[in-house]
Design a protein around this ligand. Structure first.
Ligand code: OGA
Ligand code: NI
Length: 340
């Protein structure tokens, strides 16, 4: 059922060539557009994110997960209407099944908006993060990483626009002045053969694009064609980048938001990953961009998962995903949307 392929099977994009000579730029844009269309996943190398900083983020994430349970529970997501904070393994749900990963969710640090009778519900997702008192360096390290990651992600997004022969700044007004960044520190505990191995169930990411920092433990798998999964094995120094639903929608399906999942590592091991999701402003509505004819005729329309219809209104699309993943937060803070 599963063919395990080497990392070389996913394309490798050298980010530094985007600022190379004209010929290099042209070549890398073509490669980028092909990778995003064929597989929707690729490795990004020479991205300019300090190796030391990424190491620090991994170290501080490991320290966080090693805190006593009470310290982690003090910042539980169940206390946050903004979907920020800690979840124990088995709490998050994907495709109606629990995910065996513990995680800490961080978003753009902003003030909560006042809730009024006619403000749309998704506005409640904006708000402050929860930071653990026992580990103050978490906030400083993650915030530095978030800034560097945002810069690279936005440069990539502009490169996608160029690769699609759209104006470089075509997507700028979607992420606007308040891009909706989201970071997840994730730890996948080892599981025995007899237990469910759903680290995270099959899903698409909801934003523009995702950049993932893996450790050296495999487990991430990509559905390249229906029911044909390949391993996105760790490649040292590289980020795994994938397309999210917003870019699939914006290009009418020309670019692919590919389904992926994580299989739990075997017992006595664990897997750490740090995901950076670049989203749009919550109040944006995603148009279909006019692609040139030679690209447009290849766009099949977004391949919507019947279990997960895509919505063009960014706030609603994002809220839909968050409510499905976090039923406890949904029950507590979004009772009017509770379908369980
Ligand atoms: C996700 C995801 C992959 C990983 O959180 O959306 O796909 O390796 N994570 O943790
Ligand atoms: Ni994902």
């Amino acid at each position: 059922m599963m063919s395990a392929l080497s990392p070389a099977e996913l394309p490798v994009i050298d980010f530094s060539l985007l600022s190379g000579n004209q010929q290099q730029q042209q070549q890398i844009l073509e490669k980028l557009s092909q990778a995003a269309r064929d597989v929707g996943f690729f490795y990004l190398i020479n991205h300019g994110i300090d190796r030391e900083l990424s190491d620090e983020v991994q170290d501080v994430a490991r320290k966080f997960f090693a805190l006593p349970q009470a310290e982690k529970s003090a910042v539980a997501m169940a206390n946050s209407p903004h979907f920020r904070g800690y979840n124990r393994a088995g709490v998050e749900i994907t495709r109606s099944q629990p995910d065996y990963r513990e995680q800490f969710d961080i978003g753009a640090e902003r003030e909560a908006l006042p809730v009024t009778a006619d403000s749309p519900t998704w506005q409640r997702m904006q708000g402050p993060n929860q930071w653990p008192e026992a580990l103050p360096e978490l906030q400083t390290v993650v915030t530095r990483w978030q800034q560097q990651m945002t810069a690279v992600a936005l440069a990539l997004l502009r490169a996608f626009a160029e690769a699609l022969t759209l104006p470089r700044n075509a997507f700028d007004n979607l992420y606007g002045d308040y891009p909706n960044e989201h970071i997840k520190l994730i730890r996948y505990p080892g599981r025995t053969e007899g237990e469910s191995r759903q680290g995270v169930g099959a899903h698409k990411d909801s934003g523009f694009l995702t950049m993932l920092l893996q450790d050296d433990q495999p487990g991430l798998q990509v559905e390249v064609t229906s029911d044909n999964w390949i391993d996105a094995s760790p490649l040292p120094g590289a980020f795994v980048v994938n397309i999210g639903e917003l870019l699939e929608l914006a290009t009418n399906g020309y670019l692919r938001a590919t389904v992926h999942r994580v299989v739990s590592p075997p017992q006595i091991s664990e897997r750490l990953s740090i995901a950076f999701f670049l989203g749009a402003q919550l109040d944006a509505v995603v148009p279909i961009y006019q692609l040139p004819a030679q690209l447009a005729h290849l766009a099949q329309g977004p391949s919507s998962d019947p279990l997960n219809p895509l919505l063009r209104e960014v706030g609603w699309n994002y809220l839909k995903g968050r409510l499905r993943s976090h039923p406890e937060v949904a029950r507590r803070f979004y009772p009017e949307h509770n379908t369980h």
